[in-house]
Design a binder for this molecule. Structure first.
Ligand code: IMP
Ligand code: MG
Length: 186
């Protein structure tokens, strides 16, 4: 039985990943990135707001010097399904020219957000762009296929919240990831 550690957990139908499981996986990804980016000019670019918590934890598990920045994209506007239109709300400010970029995202769903962000970042002429997504949603089909180099967990096509992921801007502060009770949004 997974221990519920926050009153908001009662809005979940199940906990998929506990705090401990998430932290262990984040450390593994950090180790892998450390190995892959030795002697390279790494910059992490997190996508606001969902990836903020993941990026802060991941950065501290990467043992090579690196900088980071955030960019912003929004496609949900409060619901549980993408509107299909991705709006760029914030560009990066650090110089990405000739740098090795890893885009840090909370979840790979339709692929539209990552496609739009990678297109945006390419304009800054980095040496390379890879993607690290904490969650990889299994989908029969996607609007945009994007290659994801680092994946935390593969999940079913359900609406999840916690560890940065929101519904209507809430639940980001849960330290676990769980499936939101459909009663909350239906
Ligand atoms: P995409 O553009 O459809 O791939 O959607 C990506 C964005 O939608 C992510 O950055 C998340 O903010 C949000 N998103 C997708 N699936 C979920 C979910 O299950 N829970 C919460 N947010 C989600
Ligand atoms: Mg969101």
């Amino acid at each position: 039985m997974t221990r519920l550690n926050n009153p908001l957990d009662q809005h979940l139908t199940k906990v998929l990943y506990s705090k401990e499981v998430i932290q262990k996986r984040v450390a593994e990804i950090g180790e892998q990135i450390t190995e892959d980016y030795k002697n390279r000019e790494l910059v992490l670019v997190g996508i606001l707001r969902g990836a903020a918590i993941f990026m802060c934890d991941l950065s501290r598990q990467i043992a090579v010097p690196h900088s980071w920045d955030m960019c912003g994209a929004s496609s949900y506007h409060g619901g549980t399904a993408t509107t299909g239109h991705v709006q760029i709300t914030k560009d990066v400010e650090v110089n990405l020219r000739n740098k090795e970029v890893i885009v840090v995202e909370d979840i790979y769903d339709s692929g539209r957000t990552l496609r739009a962000i990678c297109d945006l970042l390419r304009v800054h002429q980095p040496a390379s762009i890879e993607v690290c997504a904490l969650l990889y949603k299994e989908k029969a089909q996607r609007a945009s296929e994007v290659a994801i180099k680092y994946v935390g967990f593969e999940i079913a096509d359900e609406f999840v919240v916690g560890y940065g992921l929101d519904y209507n801007e809430y639940y980001r502060n849960l330290d676990c990831i769980g499936v939101l009770d459909p009663k909350i949004y239906s």
